[in-house]
Design a protein around this ligand. Structure first.
Ligand code: COA
Length: 189
């Protein structure tokens, strides 16, 4: 198994692999292939693959956003999991990211992957999305430390300092009347 930057000829198969794992029903892609390709052309060093012989078995895709680097997609084929391949992909990615003079790496985690990022020394934050009509009047006084608040057209989005506790997402969802609560993970560069 080797970890290396994805070459342009492999970008389609790398993208197919992540879609097969992260969007198996092919209902709605979060990011179009056009968008993936545009970002790849901008910074190919943030698109890393794990290869078994010549077959791609895991990927990580990164996107530059102002002062941070966002991990957009990360996936390893099921039969290769728990062999440290994900951690090696992440370490290689971090090495590339460090060269770009940005402040930190950030990602929004699927519930199933939260332990993976903790194991790799990422720090948790909670990301809360609330439709404007549902925002509780006392949302600033619910006992949580809000470090970032942005009003988008459809919703208010908050980042909250929080320890890792699997029960916390549901608790916060109820208290804030939110339609979505996930853990974000960060690592300083
Ligand atoms: C998350 C993921 C990339 C980790 O890859 P990996 O090669 O298994 O990672 P590692 O072997 O370095 O670390 C494994 C750890 O990740 C965690 N983990 C999370 N989901 C897991 C899964 N489905 N299978 C195995 N381990 C998983 C466990 O804590 C595990 O630790 P353990 O092996 O001590 O039990 C991989 O599980 C995956 O592709 N999952 C499905 C897609 C996904 O959730 N992507 C992340 C989006 S935020």
């Amino acid at each position: 198994m080797i970890i290396k930057k994805i070459n342009p000829n492999d970008l389609t198969s790398a993208d197919n692999l992540q879609q097969q794992i992260l969007n198996p029903t092919h209902k709605k892609r979060y990011r179009s292939f056009g968008c993936v390709k545009k970002n790849y052309n901008r910074e190919p060093a943030l698109f890393i693959g794990a290869y078994d012989k010549n077959k791609i078995i895991g990927i990580i895709f990164g996107y530059i956003k102002k002062n941070k680097i966002l991990i957009g997609e990360m996936a390893v084929l099921e039969k290769y999991r728990s062999k440290n391949i994900g951690s090696k992909l992440l370490a290689y990615f971090e090495k590339q990211a460090k060269k770009l003079n940005k402040k930190y790496i950030e990602l929004g985690a699927l519930g199933q992957a939260e332990k993976f990022y903790l194991k790799n020394n990422y720090k948790p934050l909670i990301f809360v999305q609330i439709y404007h009509k549902d925002v509780p009047k006392n949302y600033k006084n619910l006992g949580y430390e809000i470090i970032c608040e942005t009003n988008y057209k459809d919703a208010k989005k908050l980042k909250i300092i929080a320890k890792y506790d699997p029960k916390l997402k549901d608790e916060i969802k109820k208290k804030f009347n939110a339609f979505d609560v996930i853990y974000l993970f960060r690592k300083d560069l």
